[in-house]
Design a protein. Structure first.
Length: 167
């Protein structure tokens, strides 16, 4: 039942993304070439696995991934979304400018950048942080590593595998 609920929620997200991004439609698929994998169906989001640990702000909490995906926003902006079995979420707003796999919060203007991270509804005030989004072409999915350090909510560190690109 929980998996079905997650699929329904992600389908709603996909409908909103499709409506918002129709002007960014890319019929030649050139945006996916930048990622080195092809876009897939939103239902693949529930196949992502991994754990993000929140520490250094009270007791250590381990969040198990229920679903995860990456989708295109405006221009070079992309959204990396993680939803956990606890119904908490972590959303990273990244700007892809190069073929590098790394995104830093303190990146130079010509580099990939981690712009903003939201935990549930709280925008985190970041200390220097980074995420890595590595394509696994044999799986047509991403392997991600998060090293997010915040001023007030602690650190969010971990790996997630099987993250699809949705467009």
């Amino acid at each position: 039942m929980q998996k079905l609920l997650n699929i329904v929620l992600w389908m709603g997200v996909l409908v909103v993304m499709t409506q918002c991004n129709q002007r960014n439609n890319d019929p030649q698929g050139t945006a996916s070439a930048d990622w080195q994998i092809n876009p897939t169906d939103v239902t693949e989001a529930t196949n992502a696995t991994g754990e993000i640990t929140n520490q250094n702000n009270g007791p250590l909490v381990k969040y198990q991934v229920a679903s995860s995906l990456i989708y295109k926003g405006e221009g070079n902006l992309h959204i990396f979304k993680l939803r956990f079995t606890t119904q908490d979420s972590l959303t990273c707003y990244i700007e892809k400018k190069t073929q590098d796999f790394n995104y830093h919060s303190d990146a130079a203007s010509d580099q990939n950048k981690l712009h903003m991270v939201v935990f549930n509804l709280d925008t985190l005030q970041l200390k220097p942080s980074a995420i890595s989004i590595q394509p696994r072409q044999d799986e047509n999915k991403f392997h991600t590593v998060s090293n997010i350090h915040s001023q007030a909510k602690g650190d969010f560190n971990g790996t997630v595998n099987g993250v699809p690109l949705i467009q």
